[in-house]
Design a protein around this ligand. Structure first.
Ligand SMILES: *[C@@H]1O[C@H](CO)[C@@H](O)[C@H](O)[C@H]1NC(C)=O
Length: 564
């Protein structure tokens, strides 16, 4: 039974039967109950001093509207039976908590009284580390700051057909840092010997976990955040984290606004993006997109902790990634030399994994739309993390930023040709951008930088070298002649060429890209030869040729393709 009383606490001080306090309390409880139809958290105050009653309730993240209402109904009746005539009381139910007092209990982190409830067979102690990792992950989410709810839950797949379901809930009137500290206190009180079920109940927050054996497997990726109701962070928190957006905290100017480095009250380092030009955007859409992006968890995606909407400001709060963006390394002679082939290969594969997750495993599927080296951040171990996913849809493609995104000298840069031509976008347009980035990582050149006599851009140059069998000449001179695996480089170049084909249907999807990158066999045997890529200026020429001779020049070129 979900509406069974778990535990509670009553003050020894009693109010007078039939007195004003009792009337106020009854009124308070009926107000709380009626609000539970639509809200998971509500606080209310009623009555004149000295008979003022303060009350609130919180339903768990797992309770829908109806379960919440049923729970609060049971709790408001139960609290009168459990604590008859008590001036102050709190009760816990499996899906909710309800409390009242004769003093304000709002926006205060109360950690006492508390109840641990830990039971079930003790055979799960080998998962203690995963358990605390899951909670710490949830703390980040829940304490990202929430106006209406500060809840998070997750299901993790563990070895041996084991699922760990864990959830945390703070009352959302707490400041984010208080929510975190409440949860940390609770975790410190979780002394489990490997029991199957656990729960720590505190007035301002609770945490719970359950181990279940199952044959159901989660979709790829070990963790999936199930629910995360509110990620809103208040403006004051962000202001103080960035010393009022001080210039010394500026990390740079990103596609959609200025990025600041910040430190939250609990020491968590964050990058805060202050969106410029966001005024045209609906608040609802912004929230939806931000919540969506925040639900995504993958080691090759920059984690979005939360967002802030206040005073015409739209801000996004991300995990801080120390080594800044790929372009700062790749296109800089000194820093480029730091990128050994192993690192470059790791980056190539990492970006592919992140994109695969966005394209295939996230729900709903996400097209990045603005993939480029300045959107690839590098962590302390030079693992790539894709930034700004899901945002381009809201804020319009970043067409004006960066030289590669506009049509200069007959190239299209990172934007797929079908996009620049018709505005049509699909995951295959991301694949095109990925191919360009891949060739840039190999060559150390920006897609527009090659200005040889033939007027070639990186794509046409790479393509010509491939046809001449001289593709290894593409490799960045910052890499020593023998400091890379010839096989890997060849494979990567070919994948880059396949990804940047004119026809989106011919480009591989991200899953095939990863398979090709990981195929150790001789590439000329296992990969199809890429058809030609035709940048605009070449395509126009081809069209002329076709018109005058009646021969399709593409067929000629295709038969010649082969790395020698
Ligand atoms: C609810 O709590 C907030 C503080 O978090 C307080 O400012 C507000 O007055 C409370 N509302 C009621 C109706 O008591």
């Amino acid at each position: 039974d979900l509406n069974v009383y778990i535990n509670g606490s009553c003050s020894n001080r009693k109010f007078e039967q039939g007195g004003v306090y009792q009337t106020n309390l009854y009124y308070l409880l009926s107000n709380l109950t009626s609000n539970s139809d639509t809200r998971k958290f509500h606080n209310f105050t009623t009555g004149e001093r000295p008979n003022t009653v303060y009350g609130l309730y919180l339903c768990n993240s797992g309770a829908d509207n109806q379960l919440c209402r049923d729970c609060i109904k049971a709790a408001s009746e139960g609290i009168l039976q459990t604590c008859p005539s008590s001036v102050e009381a709190i009760v816990w139910y499996p899906l909710c908590m309800l409390r009242y007092a004769n003093h304000s209990i709002f926006s205060i982190n109360d950690v006492n009284p508390y109840f641990p409830l830990i039971f079930g067979p003790t055979k799960y102690s080998q998962f203690n580390q995963q358990l605390s990792n899951a909670f710490i992950g949830l703390f980040n989410v829940a304490s990202a700051g929430c106006l209406s709810l500060a809840s998070a839950s997750t299901v993790s797949q563990l070895p041996g057909n084991m699922l760990l379901t864990s959830s945390v809930d703070c009352t959302p009137d707490l400041r984010p840092s208080d929510c975190r500290s409440c949860l940390q206190t609770a975790l410190g009180r979780l002394h489990t010997q490997g029991q199957q079920y656990g729960m720590i109940l505190q007035p301002s927050c609770r945490l719970t976990y359950t181990f279940t054996e199952t044959s159901i497997f989660l979709p790829k990726g070990l963790e999936e955040i199930e629910s995360m109701e509110n990620l809103q962070i208040d403006f004051e928190t962000i202001k103080s984290a960035t010393y009022n957006f001080s210039d010394s905290n500026k990390l740079g100017q990103g596609g959609f606004g200025i990025v600041y480095m910040g430190t939250l009250a609990d020491g968590q380092a964050v990058a805060i993006k202050r969106l410029s030009n966001a005024s045209g955007q609906g608040i609802r859409e912004f929230k939806t997109e931000a919540c969506l992006a925040a639900k995504l968890q993958h080691k090759n995606l920059v984690k979005l902790f939360g967002f802030c909407l206040e005073r015409d400001e739209m801000l996004l709060v991300y995990e801080f990634v120390p080594n800044k963006s790929l372009d700062r390394y790749l296109f800089d002679a000194k820093r480029g030399a730091l990128l050994k082939w192993e690192t470059r290969y790791k980056i190539i594969v990492g970006i592919a994994r992140g994109l695969l997750y966005l394209h295939e495993d996230s729900c709903p599927k996400i097209i990045h739309r603005d993939l480029k080296p300045s959107n690839i951040l590098l962590d302390g171990e030079m693992n790539p993390k894709i930034a700004d996913f899901g945002m381009a849809k809201l804020f319009g493609g970043d067409l004006t930023q960066g030289n590669c995104t506009s049509r200069i000298g007959g190239t299209f840069g990172y934007m797929a040709p079908e996009y620049t031509r018709t505005g049509h976008f699909s995951s295959k347009s991301d694949i095109f951008s990925y191919g360009v980035i891949l060739l840039e990582i190999i060559s150390g050149n920006r897609c527009l930088d090659i200005n040889n006599a033939q007027g070639e851009n990186l794509l046409s140059y790479a393509w010509r070298l491939w046809n001449e069998g001289a593709h290894l000449n593409l490799v960045d001179s910052a890499l020593g002649k023998n400091d890379f695996s010839k096989d890997e480089v060849e494979r990567c170049i070919q994948v880059g060429l396949l990804c940047t084909q004119e026809d989106p249907d011919k480009r591989p999807n991200m899953a095939s890209v990863l398979i090709m990158l990981n195929t150790q066999l001789n590439i000329s045997m296992t990969l199809p030869f890429p058809p030609p890529i035709l940048p605009y200026y070449k395509q126009e020429k081809s069209a002329d040729l076709l018109g005058s001779s009646g021969v399709n020049p593409m067929e000629d070129i295709m038969t010649e393709l082969s790395p020698r």
